[in-house]
Design a binder for this molecule. Structure first.
Ligand code: ADP
Ligand code: MG
Length: 588
């Protein structure tokens, strides 16, 4: 870490030292604009690249930072160093308001809402008398430190790029942390994230806030660099351009933001000179070229330019430095034989269809209970009712003596219920170890600030130690640093089990863990399940593979058309003529 910090520090100083080179002023100015764009694009990397939230409204936050600082310096005579924070306060308030409303929306509603937000703020800035309408605010003071003017040129360069580099480092630190893993889990919907105990709405709002603040700082710099502002750089067109830059550079990567900003600015300047010469008339033809470039990029290089560079770079290996870390505290477990779960006449209706019809069963500590039945019998729905993904129509779920029905899945996860998914849900571009560490989310508490300042390292070591322990527990010790997306189906399913175990569950729910596994892998899974049972883990198992079910389960619950057909030991079930007729008859 300290060696890494030295290397980073040296690189940062080298970039800032560009100011000492005899570069023409023109290039310094260009680099200043690139720095301004980069700040906003860094926010988009987090918002759109990492969390999958598309925003066309970032330019509006740049505008808030710029106008707030501009107005208060002009009208109140405040120093720009103070009005920076006034701008950030305005940004925070508006981001919380806008984010609080829009981030609950899914799919294309969010981008549409950010467009509406961008348009309305633009017209607000253009129509308010106090903000100078479309003429804007003129004669803003430049930035200076102790009388030394850094509002332009090289001084401004050092300030802007120092901010860009600090922001980039903070984001890199953030993404490699407990909070960062939670943020990276948002991209694939909230089901898995919430099941791991991640408060998805809260993280989305935090991400939205961080992105808005970065844009706001950029706006503050811009206002005092230009010394005058009007609404046009803060409109929807610019919001689209920020997104364009980030996508071209590589919206999934922190350095992609910088790559995109550099490339777009340089291309824009070159084209503005070149195109009129080529075509013979002047006009904003570069916009057309940009459009074509973007379409080509999306088709041939959807991960952006930086991804090409990154492929050439060595993949940094995580140093295992957590061997000496303290073990995470464990929750008290139910005593063997205690009732862990009691489903009491749980029922779920989807309109006229009764998917689960007054099903009752219980699971005792240390038991593996199998939930079986033909396709469409209602097993997955039962699973979702117990884990809080779906609300019950009637009935009650009691977990460790507490009624948990009605609670969101995150709250139920907190109480010690953990699950896997019928279709594996993971973060493919994270390592196996990082994916599994996400399962321990609720066992840590370090947030965004400690991640950005790297004061989270003791806890990080504990989380990784736990993740490694769980991977070794199920025989995945050799896959720690493998990229999860590269795993075959069998190891992927085992990884999900390790992730669920990482939460230190009192009850583990597995939805078809053997689906898509080869015979050898199924046998290995059976061994893992029996071993977990021997260690006292209670399991609810939904599974189609009868050999596995009969082999590992202590008790079976058989469903058909949403209703309980029968329940009993595997021997009783195998001999039950009703089951043979209804279940085995239809299956085989
Ligand atoms: P299983 O997991 O046993 O194959 P499911 O629980 O997935 O069965 O489905 C049980 C029944 O409920 C099926 O008829 C299915 O079509 C229906 N169903 C499941 N989820 C929904 C839903 N969200 N809306 C409407 N019907 C659903
Ligand atoms: Mg199912």
């Amino acid at each position: 870490m300290s060696k890494q910090a030295l290397i980073w520090g040296a690189q940062g100083v080298a970039i800032l030292a560009l100011a000492l080179l005899p570069l023409p002023d023109f290039w310094i100015t260009q680099l200043n604009y690139i720095g301004l764009y980069s700040l906003t694009c860094l926010g988009l990397v987090l918002l759109t690249g990492v969390a999958g939230l598309t925003s066309f409204g970032q330019a509006a936050f740049v505008g808030i930072g710029a106008y707030a600082s501009g107005w208060f310096t002009l009208n109140m005579g405040l120093s720009p160093w103070l009005t920076l924070f006034i701008g950030l306060a305005f940004t925070t308030a508006s981001a919380l308001l806008v984010g609080g409303i829009t981030l609950r929306m899914s799919g294309h509603y969010l981008p549409l809402a950010t467009i509406a937000w961008a348009l309305s703020l633009y017209y607000l800035m253009g129509n308010l008398d106090v903000l100078g309408k479309y003429d804007g605010l003129l004669g803003l003071p430049g930035l200076n430190v102790l009388g030394w003017d850094i509002g332009q040129g090289r001084g401004f360069f050092v300030l802007t790029w120092a901010l860009v580099l600090v922001a980039a480092a903070a984001l890199l630190f953030l993404l490699d942390s407990r909070a960062g893993r939670a943020m990276r889990s948002l991209r694939n919907g909230k089901l898995m994230a919430e099941a791991m105990g991640v408060n998805t709405l809260r993280y989305k709002i935090i991400i939205f806030l961080i992105a808005a603040q970065l844009a706001s700082v950029s706006g503050w710099l811009f206002a005092h660099f230009q010394r005058s502002i009007n609404p046009s750089p803060f409109g929807l067109k610019m919001g689209i351009e920020y997104l364009f830059m980030s996508v071209v550079g590589g919206i999934g990567h922190v350095w992609g933001a910088l790559t995109g900003a550099i490339l777009t600015k340089l291309m824009e300047d070159q084209l503005q000179v070149l195109l009129p010469k080529l075509i013979g008339t002047s006009g904003s033809y570069e916009v057309i070229v940009f459009g074509i470039v973007l379409v080509m990029m999306l088709k041939f290089l959807p991960d952006g330019l930086w991804s090409m560079v990154q492929r050439k770079l060595p993949r940094p290996q995580r140093v295992v430095d957590w061997a000496q870390a303290a073990a995470l505290p464990e929750r008290s477990k139910p005593a063997p034989g205690d009732r862990v779960l009691h489903a009491k006449a749980i029922r779920k209706q989807f309109g006229g269809l009764t998917a689960v019809n007054n099903i009752s069963f219980e699971i005792k500590a240390g038991q593996i209970v199998g939930l079986i039945g033909p396709n469409g019998a209602g097993k997955s729905t039962t699973f979702n009712l117990i884990t809080g993904v779906l609300g019950l129509t009637s009935g009650e779920v009691v977990f460790r003596g507490e009624v948990v029905s009605g609670m969101p899945s995150r709250e139920i996860a907190k109480r010690g219920m953990s699950r896997t998914f019928q279709h594996v849900k993971m973060i493919p571009d994270m390592t196996v170890l990082e994916n599994v560490a996400l399962g321990a989310h609720l066992r840590g508490n370090k947030g965004v600030v400690s991640a950005m300042t790297r004061t989270n390292q003791a806890e990080e070591r504990q989380l990784f130690k736990e993740a490694q322990k769980q991977l070794e527990r199920i025989g995945m010790g050799q896959y720690l640093h493998e990229q999860a997306g590269n795993l075959a189906m069998g190891p992927q399913r085992l990884m999900e089990i390790a992730r669920a175990l990482c939460s230190d569950p009192a009850l583990l729910l597995l939805d078809e863990p053997a689906a898509g596994l080869r015979h050898k892998e199924k046998q290995a899974l059976g061994t893992v399940l029996r071993q977990l049972q021997a260690e006292g883990v209670s399991i609810l198992l939904v599974e189609h593979d009868m050999e596995l079910v009969m082999d590992v389960c202590d008790h079976l619950v058989v469903m058909e058309f949403g209703t309980l057909l029968t329940q009993g030991t595997p021997e009783q079930i195998q001999q039950d003529p009703k089951v043979r007729a209804a279940y085995l008859g239809t299956e085989h």
